[in-house]
Design a binder for this molecule. Sequence first.
Ligand code: MYR
Length: 286
Amino acid sequence: KEGIKLMKTAIVTDSTAYIPEQIREKYDIHMIPLSVNFGNESYQEEIEITSEQFFEKMRGQQQLPTTSQPPVGKFVELFETLSNEYDAVISIHLSSGISGTYNGAATAGDMVENIDVYTYDSEISCMVQGFYALEAAEMAHKGANPKDILARMDEMKKTIKAYFMVDDLSNLQKGGRLSGAQALIGSLLQVKPILHFEDKVIVPFEKVRTRKKALNRVFELLDEVASQNEPMRVVLIHANRSEEAEKMQQELSTKYPNIECMISYFGPVIGTHLGEGAIGVGWYKK
Ligand code: MYR
């Protein structure tokens, strides 16, 4: 008689989930880095350059850095190594509407033969993408099969939301990551628009005049969900504004005992496109 064999599924994500190393280790999450380039100097984020070093370096530059997706070969190499120990891989990535990373992982998945690779488009990025990776890792650890993990992520997608604001829209515009009507974008350069993801790309959500008003509006949107008193996870994401994020965390934790509120950051690659001072709020119902 055959015993029940638990599937061993490895969870892979990319650096833009900004899951701190200790947490990746604890959850056994494998990470492939994207890079930032200053002229012809290239740094793999989270490995060769920290957020603090990056923002400091960016401040001193005339020209904006650029970013690049990981080479397909990096994914191939990792998937092949994982095939020695696992039956399957779920590889979770930043939105395919803003980066070629997801497609690169999918190409690599097709190239590797001795392991099943499922690529997942988070349609978002940063710690909100990290939420998928953390839940997937918890399930994988318990021996859940890939189909069930993928189904759970699709379920999460229904309540996952993130809004974010930048101090200056020009980085996003220069990097070509702001979608929506050009005329609208022109008129937005004067204000502090709230941004979000729609159909995998970044579009303005609402025009607001000041950062304070924009934040209040985002907290109002959060309140619509948080006041239902169901368990939820919230993340405050900042580009080198940790004190501001800590203050907000305190306020939210006091106001909503049902939410688990964490702080995360916009690292080098996302920081290149959003600029220093950006702030975001993301959440999902658990
Ligand atoms: C690449 O070079 O492939 C990376 C491009 C990254 C574009 C990032 C655009 C900003 C994303 C903001 C995410 C906010 C999530 C809450």
